[in-house]
Design a protein around this ligand. Structure first.
Ligand code: 5GP
Length: 213
């Protein structure tokens, strides 16, 4: 593995923890040039969302076609809707050296963990400072009714147990600190010996070859 290959970055964690906000803050400046993988979903578009930017909003039939054609890296059914990561371009972008960024729920993240080469990917769990705060954020967001919030909270408990399958945990106490930590994790991942050793060896090899000529 050389440093020229990109990393698959999987940001996950309970719904309402602030993944979307943290991801938006990362992509506002995006100094490290990540490519965002736009998911497909069957849920209704929310106010302010843009089709093809926030999600590809598609019908259940179209989504099921994607499943049948094996066109998704992973997908999950979540609170009555499908969400999935289109496979197209991911491998090509990684091979071209781009870091590809996924923001997905936990079931999907675990499927990606099983599917991809572990050297290619880094799994980051965004955790709430505490569960009461998580509930507060869901209520404040005002997009879900009480029953849906209860379901999301139940799910959050199960999801927090899944932390053990990740490489890193970032507590979302403030968005800017979470963003800084995530960028720091990715920068450090790029500096791991196994990611740089081939590149440095080949540079040394080329240098010594030149000396022999
Ligand atoms: P929301 O409806 O609030 O936009 O998203 C609900 C949940 O689905 C969030 O936890 C979000 O991270 C997750 N999600 C978004 N896209 C994908 C995807 O492609 N795959 C999976 N498994 N989850 C996704």
């Amino acid at each position: 593995m050389t440093d020229t290959r990109g990393l698959l970055i999987v940001l996950s964690g309970p719904s309402g923890v602030g993944k979307g906000t943290v991801r938006a803050a990362i992509f506002k400046d995006n100094p490290l040039g990540y490519l965002y993988s736009i998911s497909a979903t069957t849920r209704q578009m929310r106010e302010g969302e843009v089709n093809g930017k926030d999600y590809h909003f598609i019908t259940r039939e179209s989504f099921e076609e994607l499943i049948q054609h094996d066109a998704l890296l992973e997908y999950a059914e979540y609170v009555g809707n499908y969400y999935g990561t289109p496979m197209a371009n991911i491998e090509r972008n990684l091979a071209a050296g781009y870091d590809v960024f996924l923001e997905i729920e936990v079931q999907g993240a675990l499927k990606v963990r099983e599917k991809v080469n572990q050297e290619d990917a880094v799994f980051i769990f965004l955790a709430p400072p505490n569960l009461t705060e998580l509930e507060g954020r869901l209520v404040e967001r005002g997009t879900d009714n009480e029953a849906v919030i209860y379901e999301r909270m139940q799910k959050a408990r199960e999801e927090i147990d899944m932390m053990q399958y990740y490489d890193y945990v970032v507590v979302n106490d403030t968005v800017s600190k979470a963003v800084d930590k995530i960028n720091a994790i990715i920068q450090s991942e790029h500096l791991k010996v196994e990611r740089v050793v081939d590149k440095i060896n080949s540079e040394i090899h080329n240098y010594l070859q030149k000396g022999n000529e």
